[in-house]
Write a protein that binds this ligand. Structure first.
Ligand SMILES: [Fe+2]
Length: 185
């Protein structure tokens, strides 16, 4: 019998749509939680009057602990702030760990940045986006419907959001005439 560093969760079947069942924590990010992300500060401040939910992250009960493989479903609601698409805060894993995203519904993209060069992976239902260790990552809804994806990541990866505020993500993603317009910054 293997030994575990945390109380083990049992083998389980998890069903999912917008939420997982059985479910774990649900994180809700409103516009007011996204200070410093959007280039157009005046547009961001104007949006605070209604302070809409920008995205939600619904987790399974698998804990974020070494050896475990937690999952979450993120739903980014459609919209723009000053022409810039709704997006997640973005983070880098303090421990260099890979991660996979699976597109479930809607369209969006996975923006990656290693501190030097950015990469953009378009996402749609059925796409797998691979995030190698050492790359910061952010998701963007580039469509008119909610963009939803499943994330699966090592439980000891951790989340560093400050890194993105200090270093940016290499590109800003704006609405263009022919799809997303990636602007270096
Ligand atoms: Fe991650």
């Amino acid at each position: 019998m293997s030994s575990f560093v945390t109380p083990p969760v049992p083998p389980m079947r998890i069903t999912f749509d917008a939420r997982m069942e059985p479910s774990g924590p649900v994180l809700t990010r409103r516009m007011s939680d996204l200070r410093g992300l959007f280039a157009d500060t005046a547009a961001w401040e104007a949006s605070l009057a209604e302070d809409p939910v920008v995205y939600e992250v619904a987790s399974s009960p698998v804990p974020e602990a070494e050896g475990e493989l937690p999952q979450s479903i993120t739903t980014i609601h459609p919209g723009k702030v000053g022409g810039e698409f709704h997006m997640t805060k973005g983070h880098i894993h303090p421990r260099p760990r890979g991660e996979i995203y699976l597109g479930l519904s809607g369209v969006g993209g996975l923006l990656l940045f290693d501190g030097d060069k950015p990469e953009w992976i378009p996402m749609e239902p059925g796409s797998i986006g691979y995030i190698p260790p050492g790359w910061a990552h952010r998701s963007v809804n580039t469509g008119d419907e909610p963009y939803r994806f499943l994330a699966v990541y090592p439980g000891d990866a951790g989340h560093d959001y400050e890194w993105v505020l200090r270093n940016g993500m290499g590109y800003r993603v704006l609405g263009g005439a022919d799809g997303p317009d990636l602007r270096p910054f």
